[in-house]
Write a protein that binds this ligand. Structure first.
Ligand SMILES: Cc1cc2nc3c(=O)[nH]c(=O)nc-3n(C[C@H](O)[C@H](O)[C@H](O)COP(=O)(O)OP(=O)(O)OC[C@H]3O[C@@H](n4cnc5c(N)ncnc54)[C@H](O)[C@@H]3O)c2cc1C
Length: 351
């Protein structure tokens, strides 16, 4: 979201009057730590200020200020933007980390826009409910929901944004609105996959949840040299597996022959998952564990204090099969690199 060009003589005192020490400027203690994005490729970005918002009124103050001073502004939820979009150079960061409440009320959950996925899972899963969302626990609910939200129970339950029933958003005119299928339906439509930072700053999301299912989580790892054949077999396999099964394929460069392996979840019992896995090629090392929904989300989440790393990544949808031989040729002999392919379909395709 851009309101114009940054100017050196921006009147920060005006915003500081409204936010106090929640406004952090480059000369303030903690600025350097606070500005860091997850992707360290953008670690040298220096926003003009970071506003640690704790209420919709703070967000309104930021948008109002950015619009009057004509400086760029970006919302920041979990900082995981691949391209550093939540840290605008010379702009204002509206950091939503202080708006991370998760409240469950029956089958509905209201989540502050700065919550990290692990907090969402603890809150919703802890209440015996489930929301399909991403795996990495430090990703923010803000960028994830606005971009769609894919995860390990998505084939059974759909995208995160499919479960959004309403959102509270501050639009660029400064209004704090509720959007839903009945109020501002066009804006509601745009928030379900239209991407972060395009239509205003969402302050909270309300989701429809499901009863938390029991899951079986698996790993299946093959020795080096099996990539081409196993990849072909996996593509055959996923075309016939039920919605309850999600699997992700990881192909890792080793400098010589690549390795191929799979992680996945099954909504159901281990014995039924074993029957499905028996149809994959022999020779893989298999582990299967039954877990509650919350245990499984913690398992996939990774460390809660993940400081981030430098990376370049991009994603594509493959709509047709790819020959395993071609995939192996791409990765075999490479010193570095990782190819991740997720199996979609199911509820994700039925929207
Ligand atoms: C390690 C890693 C693992 C990932 N795993 C998954 C996964 O399992 N599933 C999946 O679907 N995606 C995954 N992603 C992609 C992730 O969903 C996107 O990168 C997402 O945009 C990150 O959201 P964020 O809030 O953490 O990032 P931020 O950098 O805070 O925000 C991303 C964008 O959204 C905007 N934005 C954030 N909050 C708001 C708001 N409240 N209102 C308006 N705009 C907002 C920001 O301005 C920015 O443009 C992963 C990314 C990484 C780096």
């Amino acid at each position: 979201m851009s309101s114009g060009t940054a100017v050196a003589d921006t009147n920060w005192a005006k915003l500081r009057k409204r936010l106090g020490d929640r406004l952090v400027l480059p000369q303030d203690a903690g600025y350097d730590q606070l500005r860091l994005p997850y992707n360290h490729v953008y670690a040298n970005r220096r926003p003009a200020a970071i506003a640690r918002c704790v209420s919709p009124q703070d967000v309104q103050a930021c948008l109002d200020f950015a619009s009057h001073e004509r400086i760029p502004i970006a919302a920041r939820s979990g900082k995981h933007s691949y391209a550093g979009y939540s840290v605008p150079e010379h702009g204002l960061v509206a950091d939503l980390g202080g708006m991370a409440d998760v409240r469950v009320d029956g089958s509905s959950a209201r989540v502050g826009a700065g919550a990290r996925l692990i907090d969402v899972y603890e809150g919703i899963g802890g209440a015996g409910r489930a929301l399909p969302a991403g795996s990495c626990g430090t990703v923010g609910i803000g960028g994830l929901t606005l971009g769609g939200g894919i995860g390990v129970i998505g084939r059974k339950y759909g995208l995160t944004c499919d479960h959004l029933t309403s959102a509270r958003i501050v639009t660029p005119d400064g209004c704090h609105r509720t959007v839903s299928a009945h109020e501002e339906p066009d804006l509601f439509w745009a928030l379900r996959g239209g991407g972060g930072g395009n239509f205003g700053i969402v302050t909270s999301f309300t989701f429809r949840t499901d009863p938390a299912p029991d899951l079986a989580v698996f790993s299946l790892q093959y020795p080096a040299g099996a990539t081409a054949d196993v990849f072909d077999a996996w593509q055959e396999w996923i075309a016939t597996t039920p919605d309850e099964l999600w699997s992700g394929c990881g192909i890792t460069a080793t400098g010589a022959l690549s390795t191929i392996g799979f992680d996945g979840t099954y909504v159901g019992q281990a014995k039924d998952l074993h029957r499905l896995l028996d149809r994959m090629p022999p020779g893989g090392e298999r582990t299967v564990r039954e877990m509650t929904y919350l245990e499984a989300m913690r398992f996939f989440a990774g460390p809660a204090d993940d400081p981030g790393t430098a990376f370049v990544a991009s994603s594509r949808m493959l709509r047709h099969r790819v020959r395993g031989k071609r995939i192996a040729e791409l990765v075999d002999g490479q010193r570095d690199g990782f190819l991740q392919l997720d199996s979609w379909g199911g509820a994700l395709s039925r929207v």
